[in-house]
Design a protein around this ligand. Structure first.
Ligand code: GDP
Length: 197
């Protein structure tokens, strides 16, 4: 899929205020600093569409972007900040779970994980929760340029081993690098296929 247009639509702190139309929606989520903004910018070909870096935890909103005038890319807040209070974490968790539970337009969630790290409880718990709630999701491994192919394989294998303890199949996954434009065609092709079906 070629991205012909990508425009910011709205930021929301409440799921009920998100755009009220039937456009299919794809949501990106992951721990702060995982490379989510960079990935969104790579996918859309717009360097500044999503803000990169800055202070983790600043973008605690649901951000809607309209792509090619026919689907929404949603930038969800990063989870798992070290420096916020327990109550902030709780409020936040509620906010994210509400989005996934209530947003009927959601077609697929993309859970981003840094390929360099071993599977982390917070990511695994979140995937587990999505699975239990029958919310479709794919895994997006980020920063693949930082590892050699063999190490990439090993890290994916360790995810498989853990996830297959709970589920029959490994979720669909993508290996990406925003600095190398890697995984872009696969991810956009996947979205395009669903949109066309
Ligand atoms: P976010 O907090 O998840 O939105 O993460 P950002 O997109 O702001 O990226 C966090 C940091 O990781 C920044 O310093 C980026 O330059 C870096 N980064 C993001 N994606 C990649 C990637 O694919 N490769 C490499 N080497 N660095 C990346």
């Amino acid at each position: 899929m070629d991205i012909k247009s990508a425009e910011f639509i709205v930021s929301n702190s409440e799921v009920s205020k998100c755009p009220n139309n039937n456009l299919p929606e794809y949501a990106f989520i992951g721990r702060s600093n995982v490379g989510k903004s960079s990935l969104i910018n790579m996918l859309t070909g717009k360097k500044k569409l999503a803000k990169t870096s800055g202070k983790p935890g600043k973008t605690q909103l649901i951000n809607h972007f309209l792509i090619n005038k026919n689907w929404h890319l949603v930038d969800l807040p990063g989870y798992g900040y070290a420096r916020v209070s327990k109550s902030t974490k709780k409020t936040f968790q509620k906010f994210i779970t509400q989005y996934f539970e209530k947003r009927k337009q959601l077609v697929c969630g993309f859970v981003l994980v840094d390929i360099r790290h071993d599977p982390q409880p917070i990511d695994l718990e979140f995937m587990q929760w999505l699975g239990e709630n029958l919310i479709p999701f794919s895994i997006v491994f980020t920063k693949a340029d930082k590892l050699k192919p063999k190490a990439i394989e090993n890290h994916i294998e360790s995810y498989k081993t853990i996830l297959l303890e709970f589920w029959e199949d490994m979720p669909n996954y993508f290996v990406t690098s925003s600095t190398k434009n890697m995984g872009k065609d696969e991810l956009l092709g996947y979205i395009d296929n669903i949109n066309q079906s």
